[in-house]
Design a protein around this ligand. Sequence first.
Ligand code: ADP
Length: 163
Amino acid sequence: MKQAVYPGSFDPITNGHIDIVKRASRLFDELYIGVIANPQKKALFSVDERISLIQDVFKNEPNVFVQGFEGLLIDFVCQKKITNIIRGLRAVSDFDYEFQMALTNRKLQPDINTVFFMTDAKYSYLSSSLVKELAYFNADVSDFVPGIVLDHLKQKMADINNA
Ligand code: ADP
């Protein structure tokens, strides 16, 4: 059984993430999307909200699972007895950080491999931060996120603006 973990903040999940999941889930029998609960990073959506949005997006994909985790990625991956980590690469700017993380994780656990998927060109500039910034200023982000995320983003922004 080939299994992999695709970790990230997914705050919120975008079409760029979805493209990576679709391609990785064809290569692996089981793909676990690991939603990082990072107390140092201020998120717009709670971990539970992010998980529930992702579950909705992949409700028809039987080999895609979603789980939240705290602490080190390598601990989460080892605990699940999985040896493959999926990451996406958009531009050269992603490379430095991803290279450092992949080598650090290999140093901690030599059996674990990081597998990189190149972004689809049309999502190469897309990030959750960009989506949040655009949504905050009421710009149309319907090309960047699925409908369910769009609805929740609109609600979040309305809550923020009414607070
Ligand atoms: P993190 O905080 O771990 O970087 P993100 O949710 O921003 O979490 O990203 C998770 C993974 O998805 C990272 O490997 C990132 O490079 C990749 N990713 C994010 N957006 C895209 C995109 N538009 N195309 C391809 N990969 C992406």
